[in-house]
Write a protein that binds this ligand. Structure first.
Ligand code: AHM
Ligand code: MG
Length: 336
């Protein structure tokens, strides 16, 4: 009976967000409109990614097509689609993309209240072998809509009003938080709609998996080295943990969120700030982790407390199950 209700009473992402927004009587539907443009970008990328293997055959990327136009690489194309969709929503004022060196200030005629920071296609080194990749995004509000400045973007992660990612994997999954928990939606390709499939995601308090690029171990600091050593050779009688590392942040974080565990991209001697970017990688994922009951730590502080000094700033990050992140915090506290 209940299953039947689910089949006929579909909770789409738009319906879900509209429901959430009724909590705010002053809401004007702007956020819902903004989100529908982000969703459009995700659907476009999803469809392109699924055809990536056919690119050579049909000249979809990196080649000249029949009309003699140079075809664009998937990450460049995805970026263009997101930028255009976000501007045309009429709800944004500043955009920061991993693909653009400078922030984009939206023309006053199309301006709105929201700032969107995003990585249109993260993990793009995985495209050619068909491994999961994703889009990551965070949303802030501008202080003064008439006068947006770069300082509006350089806000602490805790000021985000929403964050999410879309994973182009065995299914296309969009995970979103607007500040009251985390929900997961799966694209039904026959409907072209994201349907609520993972309501109110909570990360297990403690996990059995760690996820890190161990090829960098030679250059790690002591707390990271000790933590990973403990994962492999526990001294408290617990069984060793499993290692899973895809090298695609969205996929590694998605698994961590659903199964529990910890994802690490630490600092090392060669990259003292780690690799991942604060605004559109570390912040959105940290926000989702906290909203799901987990934690995110930089090695020095709560990740969401950081205030970026520049838009493409990097930071080390340790995020995932509450207890697992607590362990790494203890190791850093002992080292200082
Ligand atoms: P990218 O933005 O150039 O794709 O790099 C980000 C990716 C993340 O998805 C992933 O977590 C990380 O790089 C993996 O890095 P590494 O290959 O050093 O392990
Ligand atoms: Mg990236």
């Amino acid at each position: 009976h209940e299953a039947d209700a689910h089949r006929t009473d579909l909770m789409t992402i738009t319906r879900h967000v509209l429901n959430e927004q009724t909590k705010y009587p002053e809401s004007r539907g702007d956020f819902t409109i903004l989100l529908s443009h982000i969703v459009l970008g995700c659907k476009f990328v999803c469809s392109s990614v699924s055809k990536a293997g056919l690119a050579k055959l049909f000249g979809l990327a990196g080649e000249t097509n029949i009309q003699g136009e140079e075809q664009k690489k998937l990450d460049v194309l995805s970026n263009e689609v997101f930028v255009k969709a976000l501007i045309s929503s009429g709800r944004t004022c500043i955009l920061v993309s991993e693909e653009n060196e400078e922030a984009i200030f939206v023309d006053p005629s199309k301006r709105g209240r929201y700032i969107v920071v995003f990585d249109p296609l993260d993990g793009s080194s995985n495209i050619d072998c068909g491994v999961s990749i994703g889009t990551i995004f965070g949303i802030y509000l501008v202080k003064d809509e008439e006068n947006p400045t770069i300082d509006d973007v350089l806000q602490a992660g805790k000021n985000l009003v929403a964050a999410g990612y879309c994973m182009y994997g065995s299914a296309c999954t969009l995970v979103l938080s607007t500040g009251s928990g985390v929900n997961g939606f799966t694209l039904d390709p026959s409907l072209g709609e994201f349907i609520l499939t993972h309501p109110n995601i909570k990360i297990p308090k403690k996990g059995k998996i760690y996820s890190v690029n161990e090829g960098n171990a030679k250059n790690w600091d002591e707390p990271t080295t000790k933590f990973v050593e403990k994962c492999k050779f526990p001294t408290d009688g617990s069984p060793p943990r499993s290692l899973r590392y895809i090298g695609s942040m969205v996929a590694d974080v998605h698994r961590t969120l659903l199964y529990g565990g910890i994802f690490l991209y630490p600092a090392d001697k060669k990259s003292p700030n780690g690799k991942l970017r604060l605004l559109y990688e570390v912040f959105p994922m940290s926000y989702l982790m906290e909203q799901a009951g987990g934690q995110a730590f930089t090695g020095k502080q709560r990740a969401l407390d950081l205030v970026p000094g520049k838009i493409h700033e990097r930071s080390p990050v340790f995020l995932g199950s509450y207890d697992d992140v607590e362990e790494i915090k203890t190791l850093y506290a002992a080292a200082n």
